[in-house]
Design a binder for this molecule. Structure first.
Ligand SMILES: [Fe+2]
Length: 475
């Protein structure tokens, strides 16, 4: 479709995407509404914040250097801190005052890659607490450890040298709050045989299992899921041609090809030892993020957001995003492992191109009903748009939502914060940015009444970037 026919459903988005972020730490003094008293602890958010180096402007939302934000809720006081994650890429480019490394979506003359074969991570996807550490993740790279209060980068977090700096390691680990185990996966694209690596660290942080499984295709996989006894990887046929990156100088984005004719596969592993349990065909959709996974008698239930096709190409060319965003739906897939069949599919009736699903973290690996996600209210209409809706959904089919005012957008995975005195209560928090100004806020909703609008708004002194994934740790 020609640009002349495209409408702009995201007025002011360019102002919100590229705020002049500064590294700061201050007490938030502009608070509207009432912050529930039970919110005490640390909230963390990671996302891309710097999109240009010298004369070079990045093309894709995934290219920007990661910056972590922290909100520390103490008795009656909220401290905001933000800081860039200082990986090898960030440090070298700061020192040299120019772009040095290729990114996911941007190549340039003379750009470098890690050992010539992989992009140097901007560490911009997620941030989690694990044992006493705070760790920031990029796509398929060993994470970095940050100081949990100051967010200062302390170095590579290699699990006491149980990983090396080339170990493929996704940005979506699963940390079981019951058992203390940490599980993750990573894709090896190099070599003739693409592989998926499965890792399980026990409650003492010891790498108890590292197991490889072969892949029929070099699939780009971003997330996975675990239940009490299984790990499930939704293998979508989004195939990386690594030779096109090496030989032809293509970006990762341009070396990825959507091949729905190959079909998708659910790879089910034994969570304890990584042994393969089943490979089950699953149609021709794309899965970027999972919602949860749990066992129900002899069945395994996997909840995901399924999209018509991949979405990474909709993150460019900045600041025009989501021009032709694919539709997506929350889908509950029920498998019978004994017969290796999908025995049920439930698709919720939501059409707003959802992403960033989240649940109450204490219900991960368990049966649950409610989840939250962000959506695009104008999905289906051609032209630029952005996330503008916070959605609360229930697997009974009920959906309610909060839609931002015009010119305002939401960001950051909605984080659920439990109310210790009310099992049916709790809050969710995400970002809201107003292009008029621009101004940035963190907004807090009653978890099961988001359509009421925010019950509290924490206005920041200086606008910050839209984040990707967030987490909350109660004190
Ligand atoms: Fe993600």
């Amino acid at each position: 479709m020609s640009n002349a026919l495209l409408q702009d459903h995201a007025p002011g988005l360019e102002v919100c995407l590229f705020p002049d972020v500064r590294e700061e730490s201050y007490i938030v003094d502009s608070i509207e509404g009432d912050v529930p008293g039970y919110i005490r602890g640390h909230y963390y958010l990671n996302g891309p914040a710097k999109f240009e180096r010298g004369d070079l402007k990045y093309r894709n939302w995934l290219d920007g250097d990661g910056m972590v934000c922290c909100l520390r809720f103490d008795d009656g006081q909220i401290r905001f801190t933000n800081r860039f994650v200082r990986g090898r890429k960030f440090q070298q480019e700061e020192e040299q005052g120019r772009a040095v490394f290729a990114t996911f979506g941007t190549r340039f003359d003379g750009d470098k890659m890690r050992r010539g074969i992989a992009t140097e991570s901007p560490y911009n996807v997620s941030v989690y607490r694990y044992r006493d550490a705070l760790i920031a993740f990029g796509e398929q790279s060993v994470p970095l450890e940050l100081n949990p209060e100051t967010l200062e980068t302390m170095g590579e977090f290699d699990f006491d040298r149980q990983l090396n700096s080339l170990s493929p390691f996704s940005a979506h680990p699963k940390i079981d709050s019951r058992s203390g185990e940490f599980m993750n996966f990573g894709i090896s694209f190099a070599g003739r045989q693409p592989l998926v690596n499965y890792y399980r660290f026990d409650a003492n942080g010891v790498l108890a299992c590292r197991k490889r499984a072969t892949l029929d295709h070099a699939c780009s996989i971003h997330d996975f899921a675990v239940s009490e006894h299984y790990a499930v990887i939704y293998l979508s046929p989004y195939v990386l041609d690594a030779s096109a990156m090496m030989g032809e100088g293509k970006s990762t984005m341009d070396a990825l090809e959507w091949r729905p004719e190959l079909g998708g596969t659910l790879l089910v592993l034994n969570r304890m030892d990584g042994e393969e349990v089943a490979r089950i065909s699953i149609g021709d959709r794309y899965c970027l993020h999972t919602i949860n996974c749990f066992e129900d008698a002899n069945r395994l239930v996997l909840d995901v957001i399924e999209l018509e096709r991949p979405v990474y190409d909709q993150y460019q060319v900045l600041p025009d995003m989501f021009n032709d965003v694919p539709f997506g739906w929350p889908v509950r897939i029920t498998m019978e492992l004994e017969t290796r069949r999908v025995v049920d599919r439930q698709q919720l009736d939501y059409h707003g191109a959802p992403d960033f699903p989240a649940i109450d973290p204490k219900l991960e690996t368990q049966a649950y009903d409610d989840f939250w996600m962000l959506g695009i209210g104008t999905a289906g209409r051609p032209g630029r748009k952005f996330l503008d809706t916070l959605v609360h959904a229930n697997w009974n089919g009920a959906i309610e939502e909060y839609r931002c005012p015009s010119g305002c957008y939401v960001g950051g995975e909605p984080v659920f914060i439990a109310d210790p005195h009310d099992a049916s209560g709790g809050a969710v928090m995400c970002q809201e940015m107003d292009s008029n100004g621009p101004t940035s806020s963190f907004v807090i909703f009653r978890a099961c009444d988001v359509s009421h609008g925010p019950i509290a708004r924490l206005r920041l002194r200086t606008p910050v970037h839209f984040g990707f994934h967030a987490s909350f740790y109660a004190r």
